[in-house]
Design a protein around this ligand. Structure first.
Ligand code: FAD
Length: 364
C-alpha cells in the first residue's frame, strides 16, 4: 500500500494532459492506465495513420496552444478535387465538388504524436501501464484504489480521466450520490461505437484523377471516406517537412456495432477494399497495408449502452455536481465532462486546463 497526493486513472489525452500539469507544478502523482500504452481513443500507426481521431478545427485554440507548446507540426486536411458518391447498389458512382468544405487540420505523424510528446513531459516512474483499476473506495479524507495486480494506492485527490459510463462502473452509491451515478450513466462516450478502416497505398493515385479522396456511400460498408495521407511535403502549416509520408484513405464503417459482432473481421476488410475499388478505381484494390479497428470492442472505452444508442455528445452538468465533487476531492476530467466541446480532443484540453488552474493556485 502506498500514498500519492494525486492519482490519475486513465492515460488518454485527458489523463496525459493532467499529468503534464501536475509534473509542471511538481506535485506528487501517479498515472494508472489499464491498457499497454497511453493514448486511449488516440491511436496512430507507426507511419502516423490515425485509427482514432484525425482532425482538429480552426476555432479549437486549446489544441493549437498545446501543439505549439509541444512543437508539433500541422497541416490541412487534403480536400482538393471532386468527391465520389454511391447512392445504391445498382447506381453509377457520381462525382461532385463541395465548394463549402470545412477546413480541418491534422498533426504531422498523426494524433499519436501528441501522446508521444506529452508522455515525454511526464516522468516515466509516475506512469503505470497495463494495470486496470478494479475497485475504488473512500474512507474519511482518503481514496483507496485497488489495481488488478493486487496493489492498493491511497491518495488525497483522485482524477478520473475516463468516459462517464466507465466512472459509473468503478464508483458505486457508497461513494457517489445516486443522482450523480445516474447522470454519469446517461452520458454517451462519443465515437466509442465506431469502427474505422485505413488502406495505405504507394501513392495518392486518386489525387492524379482529380479526386479529393472524399467519398460518401449509402451502400457501405464505409459511409464516409477521406484522404488519410500524411503531410504533403510542401504543404505543412510550418513549412517544408522531410518525413516520409504515407498515402492512404480511411473510412468510417456504417454497419452498426451490434451487427459487426456477428461478421468476421476479414470479411469487413475485404468488403472495404472492394468498396474503395468501386469508388476510386482499380488501383484502390491493391493497398500495401490495411488497418481495421473496432472501438466498440474496447472494454475500457465503450459500454453496451454506448453501442445500443445513436451517436450523440455528452452533456455533463458540472455546476449541478460541483459541491459533491469538491467535497470528495474528485476531479472528473475525461473529454465527455467538458462544458465547451464534450467528446472532442479540444473539450478534453479545455477542461483539463480549467482544472489545472486550481492546482496552480494550491501550489502558489
Ligand atoms: C474513431 C474516432 C474518431 C474520432 N475523431 C475525432 C476527431 O477527429 N477530433 C476530435 O477532436 N475527437 C475525435 N474523437 C474523440 C477523441 O478521440 C476523444 O475525445 C479523446 O481522445 C478522449 O480522450 P480522453 O482521455 O478523455 O478519454 P479516452 O481516450 O477514452 O481515455 C480513457 C482512458 O482510460 C483508461 N481506462 C478506462 N478504464 C480504466 C480502468 N479501470 N483503469 C485504468 N485505466 C482505465 C482507458 O484505457 C483509456 O486509455 C474520435 C474518437 C474516435 C474513437
Amino acid at each position: 500500500m502506498s500514498f500519492v497526493e494525486h492519482l490519475i486513472i486513465g492515460g488518454g489525452i485527458s489523463g496525459c494532459a493532467m499529468a503534464r500539469q501536475l509534473a509542471k507544478y511538481q506535485r506528487d502523482f501517479k498515472l494508472i492506465e489499464a491498457q499497454a500504452s497511453l493514448g486511449g481513443r488516440i491511436q496512430s500507426t507507426e507511419q502516423g495513420l490515425d485509427l482514432g481521431p484525425t482532425w482538429y478545427w480552426p476555432h479549437q485554440h486549446s489544441v493549437k496552444a498545446l501543439l505549439s507548446e509541444l512543437q508539433l507540426d500541422t497541416f490541412d486536411q487534403y480536400t482538393q478535387g471532386d468527391y465520389v458518391y454511391q447512392q445504391a447498389h445498382n447506381t453509377e458512382i457520381s462525382r461532385g465538388r463541395d465548394a463549402q468544405t470545412m477546413l480541418s487540420h491534422r498533426v504531422v505523424g498523426g494524433m499519436g504524436a501528441i501522446i508521444n510528446a506529452l508522455s515525454k513531459t511526464i516522468p516515466a516512474d509516475n506512469i503505470v501501464l497495463n494495470c486496470p483499476v478494479t475497485h475504488i473506495t473512500k474512507q474519511d479524507e482518503l481514496w483507496q484504489v485497488i489495481l488488478s495486480n493486487g496493489d492498493t494506492l491511497i491518495c488525497k485527490h483522485l482524477w478520473l480521466a475516463m468516459p462517464p459510463r466507465k466512472v459509473a462502473q468503478l464508483l458505486n452509491e457508497a461513494v457517489l450520490s445516486t443522482t450523480l451515478i445516474s447522470h454519469l450513466q446517461d452520458q454517451q462516450t462519443w465515437m466509442s461505437a465506431q469502427a474505422k478502416f485505413v488502406a495505405e497505398y504507394e501513392t495518392p493515385f486518386w489525387r492524379d484523377a482529380g479526386l479529393s479522396g472524399q467519398g460518401f456511400s449509402q451502400v457501405g460498408p464505409m459511409v464516409e471516406i477521406n484522404d488519410a495521407s500524411g503531410v504533403d511535403r510542401e504543404n505543412t502549416n510550418e513549412g517544408v517537412h522531410d518525413n516520409a509520408s504515407p498515402a492512404a484513405l480511411f473510412g468510417f464503417i456504417g454497419v452498426p456495432a451490434l451487427n459487426r459482432k456477428t461478421i468476421d473481421k476479414q470479411q469487413i476488410i475485404n468488403a472495404c477494399i472492394a468498396q474503395l475499388g468501386k469508388l476510386f478505381g482499380e488501383a484502390a484494390l491493391s493497398p500495401i497495408s490495411t488497418h481495421y479497428i473496432d472501438w466498440a470492442n474496447n472494454e475500457y472505452i465503450s459500454t453496451n449502452t454506448d453501442i445500443n444508442e445513436p451517436s450523440q455528445h455528452a452533456h455533463f452538468d458540472q455546476a449541478r455536481f460541483k459541491a459533491e465533487l469538491n467535497r470528495l476531492n474528485l476531479g472528473l476530467i475525461g473529454s465527455e465532462f467538458s462544458q465547451t466541446e464534450p467528446g472532442y480532443i479540444a473539450g478534453a484540453l479545455d477542461h483539463v486546463n480549467d482544472q489545472a488552474v486550481k492546482i496552480k493556485i494550491q501550489s502558489s
